[in-house]
Write a protein that binds this ligand. Structure first.
Ligand code: ADP
Length: 274
């Protein structure tokens, strides 16, 4: 039904213009429709993999229980539990994306103290680290930003989680925040981990994209990740008027950079000053 197009002679008159904008609309609809179909197919595939793993484990668990093999049963139950957790995270991510697609960008817009957020993420990063050196460096005169504080913290945590995940245990992950040009605040998460191959870099913000997807699928509980983290981060940051970019050198490390509008003191109206 969406493959219709109007044909009109290439004229400058009103009918010509209407035809053109109608055809453009149809094209946009087609693109959205294709995207939606791809999303459903990718999401189903992502859910099928952990379900297959769970089914296999459950069958083995039943055999183990029948044989009275407590140790094996316990090990299987544990791995099933982590697989269920992974599925739960995936479903949460899928719901987050669906809400974004629906345009329900009900982002709370508060004036957010960047240092407070970085400090919280730093503490969480310490918990995540498996030996990596976690550092943070926030400029003394850092401006605030207009953003949703919970979402910003969640996004930064996801990025830090990646940095820790893809960095050797003797590596380093650093959170850096400073004021940028044109009234922006720049937040960076730098790591000196495995890095991303140049040919993969343009795709890391795509939904479901994982650089090493074969390995991620074989050992999902170890590598984790659905390939949705950066896609969600990008949509959320852009919904708050910001940008997110990634730089990486394969074998040397990765830097994710977020830029948000700064709230400079002269526009900030505090209740005391009224
Ligand atoms: P995932 O849930 O798999 O982590 P993301 O969308 O967060 O998905 O990231 C997409 C892919 O980008 C990851 O699978 C990983 O291959 C790569 N990646 C992201 N961050 C880093 C990093 N700091 N170092 C190396 N590779 C990374």
């Amino acid at each position: 039904a969406l493959s219709m197009r109007l044909c009109a002679p290439a004229t400058n008159d009103e009918i010509g213009r209407l035809t053109l904008s109608f055809n453009q609309m149809v094209e946009q609809l087609e693109t959205a429709f294709k995207r939606q179909k791809q999303f459903v197919s990718d999401a189903s595939h992502e859910l099928r993999t952990p379900l297959t793993v769970l089914r296999g484990s459950l069958e083995m668990l039943l055999i183990g229980v029948d044989r009275g093999d407590i140790e094996t049963s316990r090990r299987l139950a544990r791995s099933m539990s982590s697989e269920v957790l992974r599925m739960q995270r995936l479903v949460e991510d899928l719901l987050a994306l669906t809400r974004l697609d629906e345009g329900r960008r009900a982002a709370r817009e508060d004036i957010v103290n960047v240092r407070t957020i970085i400090d919280k993420v730093y503490d969480q990063a310490q918990q995540l680290a498996r030996g990596q050196d976690i550092r943070s460096d926030v400029a003394a005169n850092i401006f605030s930003v207009r953003a949703d504080p919970d979402r910003l913290q969640q996004i930064l945590l996801n990025i830090v989680e990646n940095a820790v995940k893809y960095t050797a245990t003797d590596g380093c992950v650093k959170l850096v925040a400073c004021n940028g040009v044109d009234n922006t605040v720049v937040i960076e998460v730098r790591d000196n981990g495995k890095g991303i191959p140049a040919e993969a870099l343009p795709h890391v913000f795509d939904r479901f994209y994982r650089v090493d997807s074969a390995r991620s699928r074989i050992a999902p509980q170890r590598i984790g990740g659905s390939g949705l983290g950066l896609a969600i981060a990008k949509e959320l940051i852009e919904a708050q008027g910001g940008t997110i970019t990634i730089d990486s050198i394969f074998g040397q490390g990765t830097t994710v950079t977020i830029r948000l509008h700064a709230v400079t003191n002269d526009v900030e109206v505090t209740p005391q000053s009224l």
